[in-house]
Design a protein around this ligand. Structure first.
Ligand SMILES: NC(=O)c1ccc[n+]([C@@H]2O[C@H](COP(=O)([O-])OP(=O)(O)OC[C@H]3O[C@@H](n4cnc5c(N)ncnc54)[C@H](OP(=O)(O)O)[C@@H]3O)[C@@H](O)[C@H]2O)c1
Length: 296
């Protein structure tokens, strides 16, 4: 299969591309710098430049672009970058897809469980749950809606709503591990909040499931079937790291250490992957302990 991927240099994108290439699929990487080989195509989402021809013959397009939400503090100007880097790149890809005489079969365009809001306590949330409040929730809605031209062109549009993707190589866990190695990390900011993580390994498998021919369309929560409280996650991680006495981290220390990631890990979201399970996907790491064992 020929697959085009944007955001291919990122935490999820590089793992997805490696997995697809290892299985013999042809991966065309959309890159914002100059292309350096035949399997790269340059685009400029900020300026709206994309030659739709580079998507000719592509069966699936996977859009993972977006300025890092945890990279910097959220000033007003950085919030604009966070929003525009997602909405504009999605809209550009969707309109390029819609122009093609033979569009790809499927367009998988990233979203996040932040759509349900920063904090929903212990409310079970699935893909039918109402969106929440706040900057990221509104952004996720707009991000998903930006794919509308591809949908109107008859393409199966899937929105993986990523939970907290876990691997030691990056993301929230990569940012948190230094805290744990300093002996901190027990019960972040109180510990009562629910987390809805997913291993990087299962994230890649789920993305591949969405682009394979399982008839998938619409939003899919990419989160484990068994969300976990932060206190329990910390206990499991501490045991795995053989550091049984981690000190609790007050929210304010976490804000300083993790920047904007702190907002993601301090809120409570009990998200269930109902549609992924109904479609027949099975998790290799369905629970926190299996994610931690695989990631650390
Ligand atoms: N990881 C998670 O836990 C998580 C959770 C929820 C949602 N998500 C979303 O899923 C997507 C992939 O996640 P990730 O963890 O792989 O993110 P990532 O590591 O930050 O990678 C995102 C990629 O987007 C591209 N990018 C960076 N700045 C950009 C800009 N200003 N305009 C357009 N493209 C830009 C870069 O790729 P190039 O340089 O190759 O263009 C970058 O490698 C992101 O949109 C992220 O928000 C991730």
């Amino acid at each position: 299969m020929r697959v085009a991927v944007s955001g291919s240099s990122g935490f999820v994108g590089s793992a997805l591309c490696a997995s697809l290439s290892a299985d013999g699929h042809e991966v065309v990487r959309l890159v914002r710098r100059e292309a350096t080989d035949v399997l790269e195509a340059q685009w400029d989402p900020a300026r709206g430049h994309l030659d739709a021809g580079v998507l000719t013959g592509v069966e699936a397009v996977v859009n993972l672009s977006g300025a890092g939400v945890g990279d910097r503090r959220w000033s007003r100007s950085y919030r604009r970058i966070i929003r525009e880097s997602r909405v504009r790149s999605t809209a550009l890809l969707a309109s390029a897809i819609a122009q093609l005489p033979e569009p790809p079969r499927v367009f998988v365009s990233a979203s996040g469980i932040a759509l349900y809001g920063p904090d929903r306590d212990a409310e079970p949330l699935d893909e039918d749950s109402a969106p929440g409040d706040g900057f990221l929730a509104a952004l996720c809605e707009e991000w998903e809606q930006a794919a509308a031209p591809a949908k109107a062109a008859g393409v199966a549009v899937c929105h993986p709503r990523f939970g907290i993707v876990m691997d030691r190589s990056g993301g929230a866990l990569g940012a948190m591990l230094p805290l744990f190695s300093w002996g901190l990390g027990g019960a972040l900011g109180g510990g009562h909040q629910f987390w809805s993580p997913i291993s990087l390994h299962d994230t890649v498998r789920a993305l591949r499931f969405l682009i394979e021919e399982h008839g998938c369309v619409g939003p899919y929560n990419l989160t484990v079937p068994e969300p976990v409280s932060n206190a329990e996650f910390s206990r499991i991680l501490a045991a795995q790291l053989r550091r049984p006495r981690l000190l609790p981290v007050p929210g304010v220390a976490l804000q300083l250490a993790l920047g904007a990631y702190a907002d993601e890990v301090l809120g409570s979201l009990f998200v269930l992957p109902r549609r992924l399970l109904q479609a027949g996907f099975t998790f290799d790491h369905p629970a926190a302990w299996s994610i931690v064992r695989a990631a650390v």
